[in-house]
Structures are given as structure tokens and as C-alpha cells.
Ligand binder design. Structure first.
Ligand SMILES: Cc1cc2nc3c(=O)[nH]c(=O)nc-3n(C[C@H](O)[C@H](O)[C@H](O)COP(=O)(O)OP(=O)(O)OC[C@H]3O[C@@H](n4cnc5c(N)ncnc54)[C@H](O)[C@@H]3O)c2cc1C
Length: 765
């Protein structure tokens, strides 16, 4: 039977306020009504939890039908302030403490039932720290504008920490990029812009930046980590230059390095690294982008002439969107189905000349310009068709598979699917690089918006100075969580880079999963951050000179190339499911899914009823709590998606169909995995940092973790991981942390180390 709502006695407005019995409850009542924090249902629920005496005392003040008037609220606040005075900076009181202080000031004893009632209400309000009492007594007036404070940390040291071991290299590149001649001129036509970008690329090559990952015998330093650091730093500048650089030295040169053998390295890499041999990476076709496995370009072996014959069977199989193809590329790494005799051996990479020295297409090759794009118009993307183009047998990039003169095929990886994934896996460096570059773009946007927000003023109390934009809670809410996420991602991507560099080409499964997940997370983060930064700069943000137009247009596609984000996250989820294979040897996929599904019950059962209600600040800012919540979410999602898959497969559904029906769940699982990884990296960086940096990273970590928990609170509440009071406490704490981070926001963006010449936006000066 439904419980009936308690009867509320009518209130005699104003008169009861001076009732001494009410004194300890005044702070709670004030907060409950003044912030509009409790719904009528919650008010009724609180009242029901009180003992009889307290119910009759407080009932009239908790009646949703009879909220206190504005005058009564003012009287309440005046009474509280008058009885307690302002708290000194050192004093710390919770709302309960403040209530007890009021009673004490009036020589009034507080009964056990009343103390219990205070605790109940405080918990329902979700306010268990000291800030509420302090604000009530000291800052209930309009918030004072926060003046810029001295940096609470050593900005140079933070930049050194972010730059890592490649600090000198990055500084060299910063100086190089800061030269005025490397600035894009708006008046350039598309053709001129492309030539300008090619020229800049040549200069970078001449400085040795392009060849860093190539063997020393080919003019490089054999150092993939330094090459990636260059790519990341380049992304502070012109993004067409970044992408052109990436296509030439990373994708084209990288494919020769990873898929070719010494013969190819010695023959080509020196010239590739010097940009004497401009080239392309031609994988995507009009008909097949994400689905590389089913590409349709054919490379048929002709034993008579010992040549491969490259052919585009129909228009849908033309190579599309290929960087460097429209104007400059002369040689291309072309991905095609290898056919020899009666057998088809799947997708392999071949070196195919596409353009002669004089710029005309090579015989049998047709080239078309993709034309104007949404952004990145300094890069010449083009389309390629092959009409029975003959190339020597040795142009097969044959590290993982060889074709002998007689056409016999041999590979050290017998399984075709394993071979395919091993070949693609060697190219994961591109994904790592794009993730880092997107984060650099987000840093530029944040640096511009934070600097602008710390100067620009709008509105304010009458007769007083207008407030700085950054002093508005909404501005802090929009910019500070992305700033914290950017720091967190920085360390996660740094770890990814290290793991990539340390891993072997043949054992990259975990790095590939991490790279796929972080690439998706970082590029989406960049797109969202740039958009919000533009909005935070108002109309100024719309001026091309202030850079958001280019930043938006140029990074937009980062979510698609080097692997479409949605496709990548599904790979991450699948990899998490099959990751259990390590523990269970040869168990087949269905066996795995069944096993993981059985874990669901355990994972769900592990909730601690006390923790779900804890709202005090020490707990909410405890990294163990954050990591626990992120880990629990990931495990829970993984276990329950396995259960959903298992049910479908048990009912006879084909596995691929079952996957499609669970795509939403797979995406959520992958995101949860990535977020936990990001938080773990930030925590590790924090633990090993010097004192002042550690405190700053701790604050950023708290904001990152709690803002993510807040944005997923619907899910956590749905699962009973925490109660509404905890969700509210998180929301309030996020507000406070945003305010704290705001005070250090300017030095925090300074520490990104973006030279003024590169930041360029007039509003950021
Ligand atoms: C500026 C630019 C430069 C490029 N440079 C190069 C280059 O140098 N070399 C090169 O080879 N390629 C290049 N590309 C191509 C790029 O790699 C592809 O665009 C990318 O791989 C995505 O393929 P697609 O465009 O065919 O999209 P599709 O694969 O058709 O995807 C379209 C949409 O369908 C969704 N989708 C696809 N499959 C699934 C699924 N299984 N489940 C759910 N949703 C799905 C995707 O999420 C996406 O939203 C470039 C592209 C651009 C735009």
C-alpha cells in the first residue's frame, strides 16, 4: 500500500523564525530553499525520515505547498549571520556544525533526535563540506570577481613536464614555426597555398624533421618517438602543413619503412625524408573507406614478365581522398588485392609510380583533384585510377609476404586474417600521431579562449566594474572541464606514445587497442573543445584572424581519417572482449562471451551501500573513489554487453548481427575503458610530479574525474552506484573545482608552451 504524505501544519509566516528550537535547522532550511535544490517529493521524503518531534517542528518549513517567501529567506539569512558573524578564513564548519553553533550561541541544548535530523537533511542536500557554510556567511552576495592570482605552480617546470624528454627538439621546432614566413596568408589561392605548404614541408625536411623515424642509414635517427613529438608540436601551427608532413613522411615513408624490407628502405627512404621523392598513401577507395579488407583494386601477378598489373575494376574502386595525389606525389603506396595464379591472397601494399618528373600522370594512371574541402585546403587530395599499370615484382612491399618469380606466394604469417591485421597494425603510428595533434589543436583553442576570458568584461553589479567572462560560472563550466580533460589526455597520449615506441611491430595488440580508443576520444574532445572555445569568445571568435575558423575546419576530419571514430571504438570493445583470451587460452569467442556474461552477477553485486551515499569532500576527491567508479563502470558495461551478446548468440543469431544489435553498448564500454585509462595515466603523472605540480595535477584530476562522473550520472544512478544525494554533491563540487581551476587557468594554458607568434589570434594577446 502506498505511504500517505505527511500532514503539514500551517505556518504562521515569520513568527516561528525566532523559535529557538528552529535555530539549529536554519542553515539547512535556508540552503534547501534558497538554492531550489530539493524537489517537493524530496522535501516530503526528508520530512518522513524525521522523528515525531522534529517532524512537527520542521514540517511546516518543508511543506512544498508553502515555501518560505523571499522575505522569510532574507530574514533567515540575516538571523544566521547576526548570530554567528562571519567565519574566519581558518574556521571550518559544515551546515550541521553551523546549526549547532547557532544553538550554542543561544545556550540551547540539541537533542539526539535533532542531531539525527540534522544529519538526515544534510545528506539529502548532498552538502557535507565546509564551503556551503562559508559561502552562506561570507559570500551570499553576488560572487566577487576572482582577480588573477599568482601562479600556484612553476609554469616553466610544468611546460618541461609536458614537453617531456624531447623538450629541446620541440623548442627548436617552435622557433622554426614562429618565423613570419611560415604564416598563412589569407589572400593565397588554393593552388598557391598548396605550393606554399609544399615549400614549408621542404624546409622541415631540410632541417631533418621528416626523416627522424627512418634508419640512420637512410638519413634518419631511427626514433619514432621524436618523429611523433615533431608532429604533435607542428599541430600548433598551420594544420595543412601538419597533414602534408604526415602524409609524406609518416604515411608514405612510414608504409615503406613498416611494410617494406631493406631493399626498399635503401632505395627510397633517403629521398623520401628529403622530400626529393614526394609520395602518397593510397588505401581508401570511393566504395571502401573504413572497410579496408574489401578494397577492390587488383594487383595481379604476371609470371611471364615478373610484374604486377595494377587495375581499377570500376569507378567505385578508384583511390579517393589521397593526400599528395592531386599535384605533387610521384610514387604511391597502393593497397590492392594480391592475385597470383588462381589464388587471391588479400590486401597487400605495392609501390606504384603515379607521376613523371615533369608532373604528367604516369602511363595508365588517371588523376583527378578532389577539389575544395571543408578545411585543409593546403593539402592536394586527389583520386587515382589504374588501367593495367605494370610494376616490377620487387615493388611489392614484402616484409610479411613474398611472391617468387614463378608466382608462388609465401608468408611467415600463415593465417590471412592475422597477416592482414599485422600489416595494418604496423601503421598504428599514424593514429597515435593524429590523436596527439588533435590535442595540440585543442590546446591552442583553450589558450585563446582562456586568455580572452581573463580580460574581456561583460555585465556586473551596478556602479561597479563589469565582471571578467571567466568569473561567470557558466564560462568556468564550459572551459575548465575541457582544460582538465586536455591535461589528462596529454599524459594518456604520452603513455601511449611510449608504449608504441617500446612495442614490437609484431606484438602491438594492446597498443593498437589503446591507440584506437584514445584517437577517437582525443579527436572528439578536440572537436567539442574548439567549438565551445569559439562560443566562449562570442563574435570575436568568429573572425578568421582569431583562428577558430581554421581550427574548426581543419580538425573536423580528424574524427574520420586514420580510422573513423565510431568504427574504432567498436574495435576497442571487441578487443576488450577477446582480451579475456589471454586468461583462458584457446576458449572460443562464444565461450568467452559466456564466461564474461557470468561475471556480470559478481560485478553488479559488488556495490557497497555505504559508499553509494557518501558525500563528504574527502571521499569525493579521493582518487581511489574515482578510479573505483571508472573501473566499476567499465567492468559492468563489459559484463553486461557480453550477457546481451550471449543471449542473442544462444538464441541462434549470427555473431556479426548480435554485434550490430549491441553497438550502443559496445561504444559505451569502449568509452568507459578509455576514460579509465586516461585517469590512470593522469594519476601516475601526478604521483611522480614535483610538489607544486602534483597539487595542480591533483586538482585537474579531480575536476576531470568528477566532471566525467557528473556527465554520466544518469548511468550511475540507473545502476544504483550512487544515490541522488551523492550526484548532487558531485555537481556542487564540480562547480567549486571549476572556480578553483579558473584561478590558475591562465598559467595552465601558458604551460602548453605555444609561442605567441603561433597562437597568433589578436584576442589572445
Ligand atoms: C582530408 C582527408 C584526407 C584523407 N587522406 C587520405 C589518404 O592520404 N590516404 C587514404 O588512403 N585515405 C585518406 N582519406 C580517407 C579516410 O581515411 C576515409 O575517409 C576514412 O577511412 C573513412 O572512410 P569513408 O570516408 O569511406 O567513410 P565510411 O567508412 O563510409 O563511414 C561513413 C560513416 O559510416 C559509419 N560506419 C562505417 N562502418 C560502420 C559500422 N561497421 N558500424 C557503424 N557505423 C559505421 C562511420 O562511423 C561513418 O560515420 C582522407 C580523407 C579525408 C577526408
Amino acid at each position: 500500500m502506498a505511504e500517505s504524505a505527511p500532514e503539514f501544519a500551517p505556518r504562521n509566516p515569520g513568527a516561528q523564525l525566532v523559535d529557538p528550537a528552529l535555530l539549529p535547522f536554519l542553515p539547512m532550511l535556508y540552503v534547501a530553499w534558497a538554492d531550489g535544490d530539493l524537489s517537493p517529493e524530496e522535501m516530503t521524503a526528508i520530512c518522513r525520515r524525521l522523528g515525531d518531534d522534529c517532524q512537527s517542528l520542521l514540517g511546516p518549513w518543508l511543506d512544498p505547498e508553502q515555501p518560505p517567501t523571499a522575505v522569510e529567506l532574507q530574514q533567515m539569512l540575516a538571523l544566521i549571520r547576526q548570530r554567528t558573524g562571519e567565519l574566519s578564513a581558518r574556521e571550518k564548519l559544515t551546515l550541521t556544525g553551523l546549526g549547532l553553533r547557532l544553538a550554542q550561541a543561544d545556550d540551547r541544548q540539541v537533542s539526539g533526535e535533532e542531531r539525527q535530523a540534522l544529519v538526515e537533511i544534510e545528506e539529502a542536500l548532498g552538502i557535507s563540506g565546509y564551503e556551503a557554510a562559508r559561502q552562506m556567511l561570507a559570500t551570499r552576495r553576488p560572487a566577487e570577481p576572482v582577480e588573477e592570482v599568482e601562479p600556484a605552480f612553476d609554469v616553466r617546470a610544468m611546460q618541461r613536464l609536458l614537453d617531456g624528454q624531447d623538450h629541446e627538439l620541440r623548442e627548436r621546432l617552435r622557433r622554426f614555426l614562429s618565423r613570419p614566413e611560415l604564416r598563412r596568408r589569407d589572400e593565397l589561392s588554393r593552388g598557391e597555398y598548396r605550393e606554399r605548404v609544399l615549400g614549408w614541408c621542404r624546409e622541415l625536411a631540410a632541417e631533418g624533421f621528416g626523416a627522424l623515424s627512418y634508419p640512420t642509414s637512410c638519413g634518419g635517427e631511427d626514433d619514432a618517438g621524436r618523429f611523433i613529438a615533431v608532429f604533435e608540436t607542428l599541430a600548433f601551427g598551420d594544420l595543412s602543413l601538419l597533414v602534408k608532413f604526415g602524409v609524406q613522411f609518416g604515411l608514405f615513408g612510414g608504409s615503406i619503412l613498416s611494410l617494406g624490407t631493406a631493399r626498399h628502405h635503401l632505395r627510397y627512404l633517403l629521398r623520401v625524408g628529403r622530400l626529393e621523392l614526394p609520395g602518397c598513401f593510397a588505401m581508401t577507395e570511393t566504395g571502401h573507406g573504413s572497410n579496408v579488407h574489401d578494397l577492390e583494386t587488383v594487383a595481379r601477378y604476371d609470371p611471364e614478365t615478373e610484374e604486377f598489373v595494377l587495375h581499377t575494376p570500376h569507378d567505385g574502386a578508384r583511390k579517393d581522398y589521397i593526400g599528395n595525389a592531386a599535384c605533387h606525389g610521384r610514387l604511391a603506396t597502393v593497397f590492392a588485392q594480391l592475385e597470383a595464379g588462381d589464388d587471391s591472397h588479400g590486401v597487400h601494399a605495392f609501390l606504384v609510380p603515379i607521376r613523371e618528373e615533369d608532373g604528367r600522370p604516369s602511363p595508365g594512371v588517371s588523376i583527378e583533384d578532389c577539389g575544395e574541402k571543408m578545411g585543409l585546403n593546403g593539402v592536394d587530395n586527389g583520386r587515382l585510377w589504374f588501367d593495367n599499370v605494370r610494376i616490377p615484382r620487387l615493388n611489392l612491399l614484402d616484409r610479411f609476404a613474398q611472391v617468387a618469380a614463378d608466382g608462388s606466394y609465401r608468408s611467415q604469417i600463415p593465417s590471412p586474417s592475422k597477416r592482414f591485421f599485422t600489416m595494418l597494425g604496423t601503421l598504428v603510428g599514424g593514429r597515435v600521431s593524429v590523436a596527439l595533434a588533435s590535442l595540440s589543436a585543442a590546446k591552442s583553442a583553450l589558450a585563446i579562449a582562456v586568455r580572452y576570458g581573463s580580460e574581456r568584461r561583460q555585465f556586473g553589479p551596478s556602479g561597479e566594474a563589469e565582471l571578467k567572462l571567466l568569473d561567470y560560472l557558466t564560462h568556468q563550466r564550459r572551459l575548465m572541464p575541457p582544460l582538465a580533460t586536455t591535461y589528462a589526455l596529454h599524459f594518456a597520449l604520452d603513455d601511449l606514445r611510449s608504449e608504441y615506441v617500446a612495442s614490437s611491430d609484431l606484438d602491438r595488440r594492446e597498443v593498437e587497442t589503446l591507440a584506437a580508443g584514445l584517437k577517437a576520444y582525443a579527436t572528439w574532445h578536440a572537436t567539442e573543445t574548439i567549438q565551445v572555445c569559439r562560443e566562449c569568445c562570442g563574435g570575436q571568435g568568429y573572425l578568421a584572424a582569431n583562428r577558430f575558423a581554421d581550427l574548426k575546419a581543419d580538425t573536423e576530419i580528424f574524427t574520420t581519417f586514420e580510422g573513423d571514430n565510431t568504427v574504432l571504438l567498436q574495435l576497442v570493445a571487441k578487443s576488450l572482449l577477446t582480451g579475456y583470451q589471454h586468461h583462458f587460452g584457446q576458449m572460443n569467442f562464444l565461450g568467452l562471451v559466456r564466461f564474461i556474461a557470468d561475471q556480470a552477477t559478481t560485478a553488479i553485486a559488488e556495490l557497497n551501500p555505504v559508499t553509494t551515499r557518501l558525500t563528504h569532500e574527502t571521499h569525493l576527491r579521493d582518487r581511489e573513489f574515482h578510479l573505483g567508479a571508472f573501473g566499476w563502470r567499465e567492468q559492468h558495461l563489459l559484463a553486461t554487453v557480453a550477457r546481451r551478446l550471449k543471449k542473442r548468440i544462444d538464441d541462434g543469431m549470427e555473431t556479426s548481427r548480435a554485434f550490430i544489435e549491441c553497438q550502443d553498448h559496445l561504444m559505451a564500454t569502449a568509452r568507459a575503458h578509455v576514460e579509465r585509462t586516461v585517469l590512470a595515466s593522469l594519476t601516475a603523472a601526478e604521483e611522480s610530479a614535483a610538489d607544486d605540480l602534483r597539487r595542480m595535477l591533483g586538482l585537474l584530476g579531480d575536476l576531470f574525474a568528477l566532471s566525467r562522473i557528473e556527465s554520466d550520472r544518469g548511468w550511475f544512478l540507473e545502476q544504483g552506484y550512487f544515490e541522488p544525494s551523492k550526484a548532487k554533491a558531485v555537481r556542487k563540487l564540480v562547480n567549486r573545482l571549476c572556480r578553483e581551476v579558473r584561478q590558475q587557468a591562465v598559467p595552465l594554458v601558458e604551460a602548453f608552451g605555444i609561442p605567441q607568434e603561433l597562437l597568433a589570434a589578436p584576442i589572445a594577446r
